[in-house]
Each structure stands twice: as structure tokens, then as C-alpha cells.
Design a protein around this ligand. Structure first.
Ligand code: TRP
Length: 451
């Protein structure tokens, strides 16, 4: 990226690379199930408001820190202020929690790909196919292990550039497929109800939980509050327009999430009825709804196979970049060789991922705070750790290094058009909201309040 190339390709290259890492299961799998569960339109509205305010400010901050210091998270915070070096470590904790369960979901996608390739679409469309699969002991663990091994192997061989190139072709295809599937779903009887549910905010469904869930999703989907965007920023050229790049990344990421919701939520109404129960399926929603869509489609088997292949690719690029993060931390901090670090990370993924997978079946008695293990890890990272990291980042930038530092970095090219808003956001609005949300999250998890 540092090499001299046509500046246009460079600028666009940065946006595509960052967007490629950001787009993944978060957009296709996580966003639709949260939107379905938390009231549809109201969740979408809250998410959009947060994305353009809070998400924007945080992404500008992270990319600017990276570009200014030319270091990744661990070093970047420390170089701005020694006392805040711990924040770099804290943000690295998040990918350690996310990656194992990300690979478990990746294993599910792999399974569905094989199901469609072997033409079992009608059984996949039955109501308890998915539950039947994840509650088994061996099968989901095997799919997870294969997925994790593929991920780790790519990282070990250091060939992720090739994968990234491939994903430049696969990504646009994925968008096209998503549109086709959404249009097909929308033409089914009953789907209009779902469109209404997804697009019309029902303000009576608004609650602090909606905000918390949307905020956690924002971090997750945009890979914020875990140091990733700092690393990407450190590769960014000084002459690229930072504010505009962030806009483009956000637009890309949010656009795909929006389409994924449009593909899945109306289909839930058309194929499973729009009951609370059908909408509240959580992590399994995509795997229950989409096979029903494909089953009623002409050439559904082929369409489903191609679709899950593309999702698999989107997931792989993300899990590879997550795993690469873990490996590079071990290489930098412990001086390990890539090979050793990759193997250790792989073993770690297995050690945490296998219990997560078994947590849906024979180990379902492990239910910290009443959640499945997957939901628990998801909660700890997205609803607890990420808000903490984001809060500390705001305090650090707002009061220690001062927002001017970030503003100056942004203004290396062009004016930072909303710098007043940015300063207010980082110094006051974001920290206050984050603390409120965090307190709420913990209280809710402890069962002190119920919504
Ligand atoms: N944002 C990714 C998604 O939407 C998931 C993710 C989180 C990620 N952190 C990351 C991907 C770091 C790559 C690197 O699925």
C-alpha cells in the first residue's frame, strides 16, 4: 500500500480493503436477526442514527490515530501517551473473544453450503433441521474445525492477499445475489407485512435495550473498538481524504446490512409468519429462513449453493483478518515465528470454539448468566468490552490527547466538515451515552431489570 501507484486506485484500495474486512457475518447473519428481534423498523432507525453520529466519530478517530502514529493498536495508544498503553491491550482482547465463535458460525455456513451442493434443500427447509444439526455433538464440531483450520492455514501461509483479491470479485457477486433473493422474497404472499415491520419504526418498541443492541452491532459490524481500524489507518496514505473514506466505508457496510435485513425479515413473514417466536430466533434466524426461501424458488438448490458459497467467502475474509490480528499480536509481543503463532492460535480457537459448539447440545448445561455460550461470548465482547474500550477511547482523545490532534490529522487533506460536531461527540455525548448503556447492559444481564 505504501508503494507509488495511481492515487485513485490507492484511495479506493484503502476503502475496499477496510470495507472488505468490515463486511462479513456481522452484516449478513447478525444484523438481520437483531433487527428482527428488536422491533424491526425501530432497530433500523436507531442503528442508522448511531452509525452516522457515533460510529462515524469513532471510526474517524481510530483511522486517524493509526495514520498519525503509523502503528497498530498496541503501539499506537502507548505512543500517544504511555499511561494509555493498556487501552491497546484491552482492545486486542475483543478479537480474542470474537474469533472462536465467529468460526463456529463459519462452520454452520460451511455445513449449509455442503447441504445445498448435495441437493438436500427440502430437508434443510424443514423446521427443525437447523436445531437438529447444531445440537449434535460431532457434526457441528467437525465443520467448525475444518473452517477454523482453513482460516488458520491461510494465515500461516501468509496468503491472505490472494483471498482478498478473490473477495473483490465475490463481494460484488454477493451483493447481486442478495438483491435477487430479496426481490424474490418480497414477491411472496405475506412479505409486505415484513417490509412494513422492517421499515416502519414502532416507537412503542423503543427501549434502552434497542440502543444497546444497536450499539453493540455497530461496533461489531464496523470492526470498531478493537483496534482493527487503527491498523488499517496505519496503512492509509497521508494524501487520502480521511473523512470521505470513512463515509464510504460506512455506506458500504450499512448498505449490505440493510439489504441482508430486507432479504431475511420479509421472508420470515412470508414463510414462518411474523410471530414473536419466528422473529426472535436469534443466531439461528438466517439458517432457518433462507432455506425455506430457496426451497420455494426455481433452481433453489443452485441459488442456495452459490449464495452460501459467497457468504462463506465473506465470512472467511473476516475470520482470516481476525485470526491474522491474533497471530500478529503473538508475533510482535512474544517474538514468535508466524508458523508457531498460527498453530497456537488454531489450538486456542479449538479450545474455545468446541465448547461453544457443544453448548447448543450435550454441554447446554453450561449457561453463564442464562445464555448459551455463544450468546455469552457475544454479550461480553459486544455489550461489555467494546463499550468500555469506546468509552476510554473517547476520554483519551477528548481530554488527554485532545480532539485537535485527530482534527489536524483529518485536515491534512481538505476540511473536516463536521469538526464541531465531532468534538462535542467525543468529549460529551459519546462518553455519557456509553456509560449509561453499559450500566444498563450489566444490570439487565444480572436480571436486575427486565425489558
Ligand atoms: N465486522 C466483521 C463482520 O461484520 C466482523 C469483525 C469484527 C471483523 N472484527 C473484525 C472482521 C476484525 C475482520 C477483522 O462480520
Amino acid at each position: 500500500m505504501e508503494k507509488q501507484r495511481g492515487s485513485f486506485t490507492n484511495k479506493l484500495g484503502f476503502v475496499l480493503a477496510a470495507a472488505g474486512s468490515a463486511v462479513g457475518l456481522g452484516n449478513l447473519w447478525r444484523f438481520p436477526y437483531l433487527a428482527a428481534k428488536y422491533g424491526g423498523g425501530i432497530f433500523l432507525l436507531v442503528y442508522l442514527v448511531l452509525a452516522v453520529s457515533f460510529g462515524f466519530a469513532l471510526m474517524v478517530t481510530e483511522i486517524a490515530i493509526g495514520r498519525k502514529t503509523r502503528l497498530s493498536a498496541v503501539g499506537a495508544y502507548a505512543s500517544l501517551n504511555k499511561k494509555f498503553g493498556f487501552l491497546g491491550y484491552l482492545s486486542c482482547l475483543v478479537p480474542f473473544i470474537i474469533t472462536p465463535y465467529y468460526c463456529v458460525i463459519g462452520g454452520w455456513v460451511l455445513k449449509y453450503f455442503t447441504v445445498f451442493v448435495t441437493n438436500q434443500v427440502s430437508s434443510a427447509a424443514s423446521d427443525d433441521f437447523f436445531t437438529g444439526f447444531i445440537t449434535q455433538a460431532a457434526a457441528p464440531v467437525i465443520f467448525f474445525a475444518v473452517y477454523a483450520a482453513a482460516t488458520a492455514l491461510v494465515v500461516m501461509m501468509g496468503v491472505e492477499k490472494g483471498i482478498e483479491k478473490a473477495s473483490r470479485i465475490m463481494m460484488p457477486l454477493l451483493i447481486v445475489m442478495t438483491v435477487i433473493i430479496a426481490v424474490f422474497g418480497l414477491m411472496q404472499p405475506g412479505a409486505v407485512e415484513g417490509v412494513r415491520y422492517y421499515l416502519m419504526p414502532d416507537f412503542s418498541r423503543f427501549s434502552a435495550t434497542t440502543v444497546l443492541a444497536a450499539m453493540g452491532q455497530l461496533f461489531y459490524s464496523m470492526s470498531l473498538a478493537m483496534g482493527i481500524m487503527i491498523t488499517y489507518g496505519s496503512y492509509m496514505k497521508k494524501d487520502a481524504n480521511l473523512e470521505k473514506s470513512v463515509r464510504q466505508i460506512e455506506l458500504f457496510d450499512t448498505g449490505i446490512a440493510f439489504m441482508a435485513g430486507l432479504m431475511i425479515i420479509p421472508a420470515v413473514f412470508a414463510f414462518s409468519g411474523g410471530s414473536e417466536e419466528a422473529l426472535g430466533k436469534g443466531p439461528s434466524l438466517m439458517f432457518i429462513t433462507l432455506p425455506k426461501v430457496f426451497n420455494s424458488m426455481q433452481f433453489g438448490t443452485a441459488v442456495g449453493a452459490v449464495f452460501f458459497l459467497l457468504v462463506l467467502f465473506a465470512a472467511l475474509t473476516s475470520s482470516i483478518s481476525l485470526t491474522e490480528t491474533l497471530v500478529s499480536i503473538l508475533m510482535d509481543k512474544l517474538g514468535w515465528k508466524r508458523r508457531k503463532a498460527s498453530i497456537v492460535v488454531f489450538v486456542y480457537l479449538l479450545a474455545v470454539g468446541i465448547p461453544v459448539s457443544l453448548g447448543f447440545g450435550i454441554w447446554d448445561f453450561i449457561a453463564p448468566m442464562g445464555m448459551s455460550l455463544l450468546d455469552f461470548f457475544d454479550f461480553i465482547s459486544n455489550s461489555v468490552l467494546m463499550p468500555i474500550v469506546a468509552f476510554l477511547t473517547c476520554i483519551f482523545i477528548g481530554y488527554v490527547v485532545k480532539p485537535e490532534t485527530v482534527i489536524e490529522e483529518v485536515e491534512l487533506n481538505g476540511k473536516f466538515r463536521i469538526q464541531k460536531f465531532y468534538t462535542i461527540m467525543i468529549k460529551y455525548l459519546a462518553p455519557v451515552c456509553l456509560v449509561a448503556i453499559l450500566i444498563f447492559a450489566v444490570m439487565e444481564a444480572m436480571g436486575a431489570i427486565s425489558v
